[in-house]
Design a protein around this ligand. Structure first.
Ligand code: SF4
Length: 63
């Protein structure tokens, strides 16, 4: 699995970090930083939940 945040779309809402802080951090301006770009099975659920939580669909998750 690969996780990417498109910085052109991310608006810094922070939901990804609230839902899955083990996968998504926030930078000093509140924009998402992917901590684990290639999550293993133990983090796949959190990665998907974080992506679904984003109100502007800035996060792409590919298998
Ligand atoms: S929820 Fe979406 S818009 Fe908000 S910080 Fe995360 S990626 Fe960016």
């Amino acid at each position: 699995m690969r996780v990417e945040v498109d910085p052109k779309i991310c608006e810094g809402h922070g939901q990804c970090n609230a839902v899955a802080p083990e996968v998504y951090d926030l930078d000093d301006d509140g924009y998402s930083v992917v901590l684990v770009p290639a999550p293993g099975p133990e983090l796949e659920g959190a990665a998907r939940e974080g992506a679904l939580s984003c109100p502007v669909q800035a996060i792409s998750v590919t298998d």
